[in-house]
Design a protein around this ligand. Sequence first.
Ligand SMILES: [Zn+2]
Length: 159
Amino acid sequence: MKGQLYLYHVDKDPPDKDINLLAIVTNRIAPGWVSVPQLSPSEKLIKKREQWLWERKWPRKWPDFVKQYREELKQPLKETYIKHLLKRLNEGNNIAFACYCADEKHCHKQIIGEWVSDRGIAVVQGKDERRQRKELLYQRENNNIKQLTIETVAKDGEQ
Ligand SMILES: [Zn+2]
């Protein structure tokens, strides 16, 4: 069975998959994450995005960003890395692919997601999992409250 690609946010999601990649331009260290600056947009493209932000052209310029990042993915080094990513997924490994972008919709991980999705890999948005994770935690907390309440009621009944 093929693995799935999980689009994660490094501060919001845990590195809980078989392979956990942090694809930002610098070699920043985050526990549990393997840094792959090779799959980040180039410094030049990141600067361009900053400029678009500054000029209030973002996210209007998102299609241009997508086009340019796709071009970058054709560069030999980046192509090697993205093909390796696909290979690992096809081998059955689940992979978390994360970065720091606050705007997760307009983020290069979505472009990587589309690229592997076009090649038959299921892509999961970390955002959706985050909601489930929160719900699980909430349910657990609520169960604890219920248990405490039952105990309290029983004790009250004894008196
Ligand atoms: Zn990003």
